[in-house]
Design a protein around this ligand. Structure first.
Ligand code: NAP
Length: 487
């Protein structure tokens, strides 16, 4: 038995135990993980800072977000209605007689989570994928990201303290470090793995998805991959608000050195004097931004290569670049523009350049703007900057944007993803491998479960969520009516 096989055998045993725990016990475990990570804050932050180059305030905020996510999932499962219980009681008088059928969501099995380089806490070891999978009743195997291996190990050690304290199965959470193409692949193809969570590059996510589909039993891979997050600037708002728009968009493009999956990489507008003015102001704002170190040398090399390739395309014009030249490992914040007819002919312009870079596409007309939007691939977000008059005159543009992404934003920047029940951090391929799901917010739990219908079961044999007495006091659909009453 090799190491990965041992890990996945352990994950299966842990799943068989962990899935039987009450929601209250699982919630207690999640809360203990949150407490253990909080207790380790002083240890974790400097190590994450050293490994990721991310500033201390950002890392402190991200750690709080991580513990809040764990507590949010604890509350979700304590309340319990997320299991979507539906009950149709038997009717012996019907012809043919109607059976008693009861459905709920149950955890599918061990989940493998790949830590993301750009969020060493919130999308990594004890991040949203892990928290939602543990909440669902799945055991989790984490493939730590090599760019922050020490941070990942320390977070895992905090999680082990919670395992000891709550007495859940020792292998409910396990941690693997190693290369993606060997250890990562072996985890995905192992027969005990039932689903995979991933945030990272398109090539990485696609590779995992392919491994998963080449298995004898294919499994779902929930990969959040690449997005250029198109922003449409409508004419009246450009006329009225160009200075404020330039400030807020320069800040959003450069935020975290552009290393957010929701970074606004594509700005779209119809040609006008107001657009020219906005782009000049945006260029000036970008000139004033300071280059900072990127997450790791691989990401820096990919950004430098992608930026050079983008700027060497025919018809592109640089409109602003940080005045201070970047030092070693630092990104060069840059904005450029291109005419829509050239953009439409060159697929290169639609590729993500992960970092503080954005391309403005100048369209000759609203009709050309619509052609550009129709040519774009699936996105995590799309934004519309508009006055009320703009909205009235561009409903067709906004309707089209709604088909493009998991989240559509009005008059704000796309960076910043609220963690809440209504959030969708997902989108049509290639933003993700499955646009029906979100990786942020409470519904992220739905990735790790499958519906099971119990037909003809005695009340005593049913899971608590489906019992007549409704001992968990959850909301259920009983004979087509929402109720939390007992039957
Ligand atoms: P990555 O290269 O996709 O790696 C993420 C994880 O997947 C790592 O654990 C990696 O293993 C593994 N992996 C990558 N390719 C694999 C393969 N073919 N088979 C098996 N496992 C594989 O992402 P990254 O290191 O975070 O950043 C690289 C690029 O990803 C960036 O330049 C950027 O373009 C993009 N990125 C996008 C987002 C986003 O949210 N859209 C976020 C972060 C990064 P190793 O440990 O062996 O590397």
């Amino acid at each position: 038995m090799n190491d990965i096989d041992m890990v996945m055998q352990n994950a299966r045993h842990a799943f068989n135990s962990y899935k039987t725990l009450s929601p209250a016990k699982r919630a207690g475990f999640l809360n203990e993980i949150a407490a253990a990570i909080e207790a380790a804050r002083e240890l974790l932050i400097p190590v994450a800072h050293e490994e990721s180059n991310l500033p201390l305030p950002r890392l402190n905020g991200e750690l709080s977000r991580t513990t809040n996510q764990l507590k949010m999932f604890a509350r979700l499962i304590e309340e319990g209605s997320w299991v979507e219980a539906a009950i149709d009681t038997a009717d012996a008088t019907r012809t043919p007689p109607k059976p008693d059928t009861r459905k709920m969501l149950l955890p599918a099995g061990p989940v493998v989570v790949f830590g993301a380089s750009n969020f060493p806490f919130a999308f990594s070891t004890a991040g949203g994928d892990t928290a939602s999978a543990l909440a669902s009743g799945s055991s989790v195997v984490i493939k730590g990201h090599s760019a922050h291996a020490k941070t990942s190990q320390l977070v895992f050690e905090a999680m082990q303290k919670a395992i000891t304290k709550t007495g859940v199965h020792t292998h409910t959470v396990q941690h693997v470090l190693g290369s993606g193409s060997t250890a990562g692949k072996a985890l995905v193809v192992h027969p005990n793995t039932t689903a995979v969570g991933f945030t990272g590059s398109f090539s990485g996510g696609k590779a995992l998805w392919e491994y998963a589909n080449q298995r004898e039993t294919p499994i779902p891979v929930f990969a959040e991959m690449s997005s250029i997050n198109p922003v449409v600037f409508l004419p009246d708002t450009l006329q009225q608000n160009s200075a404020a728009l330039a400030k807020s968009y320069a800040a959003s493009i450069a935020l975290g050195m552009g290393q957010f999956c929701t970074n606004p990489g594509l700005l779209l507008a119809v040609q006008s004097d107001a657009l020219d003015n906005f782009l000049t102001l945006l260029g000036n704002e970008i000139t004033q931004t300071l280059p900072q170190k990127m997450l790791h040398s691989g990401i820096h090399a990919a950004y430098s290569k992608g930026l050079d390739a983008a700027l060497s395309q025919k018809g592109i014009e640089k409109i602003g670049q940080a005045a201070k030249a970047p030092g070693e490992g630092e990104a060069f914040p840059t904005v450029a523009k291109v005419k829509a007819n050239i953009f439409l002919q060159n697929p290169h312009f639609r590729e993500e350049v992960f970092g503080p870079y954005s391309l403005a596409v100048c369209c000759d007309s609203k009709e050309e703007l619509i052609v550009v939007l129709k040519q774009l691939k699936g996105q995590l977000t799309t934004t519309v900057m508009a006055t009320d008059a703009d909205i009235t005159a561009h409903q067709d543009v906004i309707d089209l944007q709604t088909t493009l992404a998991g989240r559509i934003i009005l008059n704000d920047v796309p960076t910043g993803v609220e963690v809440c029940a209504s959030m969708v951090h997902g989108g049509p391929y290639p933003a993700t491998t499955d646009g029906r799901f979100t990786s942020v917010g409470t519904t992220a739990i739905k990735r790790w479960v499958r519906p099971v219908c119990f037909q003809g079961f005695k009340n005593s044999m049913l899971p608590d969520a489906l019992k007549n007495g409704n001992p968990q006091n959850i909301w259920r659909i009983v004979n087509n009516e929402w109720t939390n009453a007992a039957i």
